[in-house]
Ligand binder design. Structure first.
Ligand code: PEP
Length: 256
């Protein structure tokens, strides 16, 4: 049986009190229609409290980033995992490509953040993926291996029993250019194979999300792939009808 689908919205640096309330109301109105799917929203940190309080029934809350420290202290501008947990977060994105490329997060730092998340009862959504140049150079698998290895080396295969991986080809994020289902499935099967090299059980249960310009009209063909267990959604997660439209694709496949 396939793993439960997870459809996660990464709101990035978007939203306002008013826009968030409207978005949540739109999701709440349709939540029952996608009851087989786990839904997650990741608003900007400043809205975690208000979004957490207005969260529709059975929708999870997640943060977009956390500090690699596990104790409070003099780290101006950073957020401790425990603070996120206190506000009701269950998940946290780790190593999103924008964090890696714009804020210089190395594989090692991403691994530290993944470790800190788990130490503070958060489920990390580990984002990995190659750039266009890397794909064109034929190094996609080497990049995915390297990014995953940093976490495996620090935290071990067992840690993936409480983690999600999001494969996000950088060239597909926010570009409107989606990986074909075949390209996405190939990468997902490769990632699952890397996990299986260490534990077939963990590999079989870890959810692998696809991210990169997922929309209601391409979600079905992506989610139908054997190793794709849902999506990490950027732009389309800001509009309730699109976010729910994507979740409906997962819902339809859940009933198969
Ligand atoms: C993302 O930010 O993780 C993402 C996949 O964005 P988009 O859906 O807009 O490509």
């Amino acid at each position: 049986m396939k793993r439960q689908y997870l459809v996660a919205g990464n709101w990035k640096m978007n939203g306002s009190l008013k826009a968030n309330a409207e978005l949540l109301a739109g999701i709440a109105a349709k939540r029952e229609e996608v009851s087989a799917v786990e839904l997650l929203v990741c608003p900007p940190a400043i809205y975690l409290d208000s979004v957490g309080k207005a969260l529709p029934e059975a929708v999870r809350l997640g943060a977009q980033n956390l500090c690699e420290q596990t104790k409070a202290g003099a780290f101006t501008g950073e957020l401790l995992g425990g603070m996120l947990t206190e506000l009701g977060c269950r998940y946290v994105l780790v190593g999103h490509s924008e964090r890696r490329s714009l804020y210089g997060e190395s594989d090692e730092r991403v691994a530290e953040k993944y470790k800190a998340a788990q130490a503070q009862e958060l489920i990390p959504v580990l984002c990995i993926g190659e750039t266009l140049a890397e794909r064109e150079a034929g190094t996609t698998e080497a990049v995915l291996s390297r990014q995953l290895k940093a976490v495996l080396d620090l935290c071990g295969i067992e840690s993936f029993a409480k983690a999600v991986i999001a494969y996000e080809p950088v060239w597909a994020i926010g570009t409107g250019k989606t990986a074909t289902p075949a390209q996405a499935q190939e990468a997902h099967a490769f990632i699952r194979g890397l996990l299986a090299g260490q534990s077939a059980t963990i590999a079989g249960s870890t959810r692998l999300l696809y991210g990169g310009s997922v929309k209601p009209d391409n979600a079905n063909e992506l989610f139908a792939c054997e190793d794709i267990d849902g999506g990490l959604i950027g732009g389309a997660s800001l509009k309730a009808s699109d976010f729910i439209g994507i979740a409906l694709a997962a819902q339809a496949l859940s009933a198969v």
